[in-house]
Design a protein around this ligand. Structure first.
Ligand code: GLU
Length: 391
């Protein structure tokens, strides 16, 4: 019997991060206390100055359609942010706002990819990159990395993954799920490879830019390799830095023709992101930035505690995260000790038996690993570690 569903939708999987959260919520609805370390979102409230900007926008009548690519105020705040934080100059025609970083990535894939195009994605990768490439009929080409190479690709690996069909390289530093951060020198070395292959564009997913846990400074490829700026599309947003995941405001910066094409896709799908959330994002980007430091300090404490506690459990090897709010340990030893099949089985065991929500490494292209989000209270983290140690 032929299915009503398109071939396209049958080629992709549901988002694993979304699925874990939904499952954890189901258990919670049954009255079970689940420790939420699955989905990655700050557990802080959106700062009150940002909340107020949204309320003012509602009361002030900012409740109608805006320009598809965002209000003039938001686009100007985005340009100012790039100048202030990254010393990158963009004009209003080179930036746009979307419904979350996810829509930026989706728009870009739809705007530049055709069947047969290859998208180079370093693994472990965020769950949605390959599937969004597939939804644009392109082919993901995965570069494998593991804990022993700090989850970072080498110039040699990059060189050997490039073909004449390569169209896009995905870079994400700080990384979801590994917390790895590329240094300026490492990015420069990757840049030298890319300079030799002018057909390859780069998407730099900078969504965790401000969540830095070590001494590394943030740097993206447009900053480190100015020659590549006109082949780079930057993805960023207010979700992670300002605890605004539900508001759905992401933004892009890049060459004008590509931004224009992304705007065309957005104009034929969602139109503008929510007007009220845009007003809130203007305050997030232009207002007091002190909140970020307070939040990152909390993440640092939680990270250090989790790191030490996980490494004290036989069968877990947890590297230090330099950014984002994830720990990504190798748990193969523990999987074997518990007599489980694999990391998916391990995550199911953690959810159903220990009531800890985690995302299995396989969802990120890294079997044998598991992702802990420590964007949750210290009490929750202590509880999770205790349940795991007892098991
Ligand atoms: N980026 C977050 C995560 O990985 C949000 C969930 C999602 O959109 O995938 O958990």
């Amino acid at each position: 019997m032929s299915s009503i569903l398109s071939n396209r939708v049958q080629k992709v999987k549901p988002s694993a991060t979304m699925a874990v959260t939904a499952k954890a919520n189901e258990l919670k609805a049954q009255g079970i206390k689940v420790v939420p370390m699955g989905s990655g979102e700050p557990d802080f409230d959106t700062p009150s100055n940002i909340q107020k900007a949204a309320v003012d926008a509602i009361r002030g009548g900012q409740t109608r359609y805006t320009a598809v690519d965002g209000t003039a105020q938001l686009k100007s705040a985005i340009c100012d942010k790039f100048m202030r934080d990254n010393e990158l100059e963009y004009s209003a025609n080179e930036v746009m706002a979307s419904c979350g970083g996810k829509q930026v990535f989706y728009n870009l894939c739809q705007a530049i990819l055709d069947e047969g195009d290859e998208v180079i994605i370093p693994a472990p990768y965020w769950v949605s990159y390959p599937d969004m490439a597939i939804l644009a009929d392109a082919t993901p080409v995965i570069i494998e990395t593991d804990l022993d190479q700090d989850f970072k690709i080498t110039p040699k690996q990059l060189e050997s993954s490039i073909t004449e069909k390569s169209k896009l390289l995905v870079l994400n530093s700080p990384s979801n799920p590994t917390g790895a951060v590329y240094t300026r020198e490492e990015i420069e070395e990757l840049g030298k490879v890319l300079e030799r292959h002018p057909q390859v564009y780069i998407i730099s997913d900078d969504i965790y830019e401000h969540i830095l846990l070590g001494d590394d400074d943030f740097v993206n490829i447009a900053m480190a390799c100015p020659k590549l700026k006109d082949r780079t599309i930057i993805l960023n947003g207010v979700s992670k830095a300002y605890a605004m995941t539900g508001w759905r405001i992401g933004y892009a910066a890049g060459p004008e023709d590509i931004i224009k094409a992304m705007k065309k896709i957005q104009g034929q799908s969602t139109s503008n992101p929510t007007s009220i959330a845009q007003a809130a994002a203007v305050e997030a980007l232009n207002g007091d930035q002190a909140f970020i430091e307070t939040m990152v300090e909390a993440f640092e404490q939680r990270h250090d505690f989790l790191l030490e506690s996980l490494n004290a459990i036989e069968g877990i090897e947890c590297p230090r995260s330099s950014g984002a709010f994830y720990s990504f340990p190798r748990v193969q030893g523990l999987i074997d000790r518990l007599g489980l099949i694999d990391d998916v089985d391990f995550a199911t065991y953690c959810l159903e038996k220990l009531n800890i929500a985690l995302v299995p490494g396989s969802a990120f292209g890294a079997p044998g690993y598991v992702r802990f989000s420590f964007a949750t209270s210290m009490d929750n983290i202590k509880e999770a570690v205790e349940r795991l140690a007892n098991a």
